[in-house]
Design a protein. Structure first.
Length: 346
């Protein structure tokens, strides 16, 4: 390994590996030496982990987090966290990383491309918003060949830039924003961090939700199961988390609630509902087995959580201030079928 005193690259986002001027191929056994990469202005504001994913294509996310935790990745020669936001001109030290041999990428078929194109409910020159189906991840990885973003890129090979603005769990359906320009991505992610984008979810929960319960505010801590699966629990050592609730409708044994997350923690709505005594129907991570079996008996076959609406402002243009937009996504057939079944039984 090269000495940490190696001179950084002087400009641009091109990296230098050893003394060679030829870029290392993606399907490489390893990088030759330490890389120093200068962050371009258009990448300012990007998280370090996402920046490294782009620089080290083919390297597992777990490996990237490991080299950051060990201090092998440095920004301006200092240790950093994976969620560190990069600034234009920052010098990022990337250590040599062994890359596994990469099997040929699976290209999403025309059928799934058509499904995703038909799920687009809004599009303009800088943004598209998709009503993501339940069961489709927003991106590939962890054993998945592709997700929503890879399908959209395959369907639109002419698009030079398509990036997720935010994420949804694989089994959650509903609205996902995809930026078509880096400037729009940065603007909307800043709006999210400033809590200026209103997100409302509909969740069918077990039991009778008390209409007086307007919010759940308890800290959440991420942890790993023995098999490596990531979970979340209420824990005083966790991060502060707040979800606001509104009761929409009740049936025997179930309630439909509107959940508005103020913070954006992993599995926040799911864990907050469970902590309140009303786990989300069909949640095989946080619902007990007896409740899951009861849900299956009413033909429930999915997580009953749906990102129903988004209210946000579009970026400003030369013509003036950006338009305020509110979008709403209809339920899919499986979600609507369960609600209809409850209505009939009532």
């Amino acid at each position: 390994m090269s000495s940490p005193s190696r001179k950084p690259a002087s400009s641009g986002s091109r990296s230098r590996q050893g003394g060679s001027s030829t870029a290392e191929p993606v399907i490489a056994a390893s990088a030759a030496s330490v890389q120093w990469v200068t962050v371009d202005p258009e990448l300012a504001g990007q998280r370090l982990d996402n920046f490294l994913m782009a620089q080290l294509r083919g390297v597992p996310r777990s490996k990237i987090y490991s080299i950051v935790r060990k201090g092998e990745v440095r920004v301006n020669r200092g240790r950093v966290r994976p969620d560190t936001r990069l600034n234009a001109g920052d010098e990022v030290r990337i250590p040599p990383v062994t890359r596994p041999e990469k099997a040929p990428a699976m290209v999403p078929g025309s059928r799934v491309q058509g499904v995703m194109e038909n799920a687009i409910i809004f599009e303009n020159p800088g943004l598209l918003v998709v009503n993501k189906p339940s069961g489709i991840a927003v991106h590939g990885g962890s054993g998945l060949s592709f997700g929503l973003i890879e399908v959209l890129r395959a369907a639109r090979p002419e698009s030079r830039f398509l990036e997720l603005v935010h994420r949804l769990d694989r089994d959650t359906s509903g609205l996902v924003m995809v930026a078509k320009k880096r400037s729009v991505l940065k603007f909307l992610q800043d709006e999210l961090r400033g809590h200026r984008i209103n997100k409302r979810y509909h969740a069918l929960v077990s039991g009778q939700w008390d209409a007086g319960m307007k919010e759940v505010k308890v800290p959440l801590l991420r942890y790993e199961m023995p098999n490596g699966e990531r979970r979340v629990r209420v824990d005083e050592a966790g991060k502060s988390s707040l979800t606001r609730y509104r009761l929409l409708q009740s049936w025997q044994g179930y309630s439909l609630v509107e959940a508005s997350p103020v913070t954006g923690r992993t599995h926040q709505i799911r864990v907050h509902c469970g902590w309140a005594g009303h786990p989300i129907a069909g949640d095989d991570k946080y619902m007990d087995e007896a409740s899951l079996r009861a849900f299956r008996k009413i033909n429930g076959d999915r997580l009953m959580l749906h990102a129903r609406s988004l209210s946000f402002r579009l970026p400003d243009t030369e013509a003036g201030e950006g338009e305020q937009l509110t979008l709403e996504a209809p339920y899919d057939e499986a979600f609507a079928r369960v609600l209809a079944s409850l209505g009939r039984s009532a």
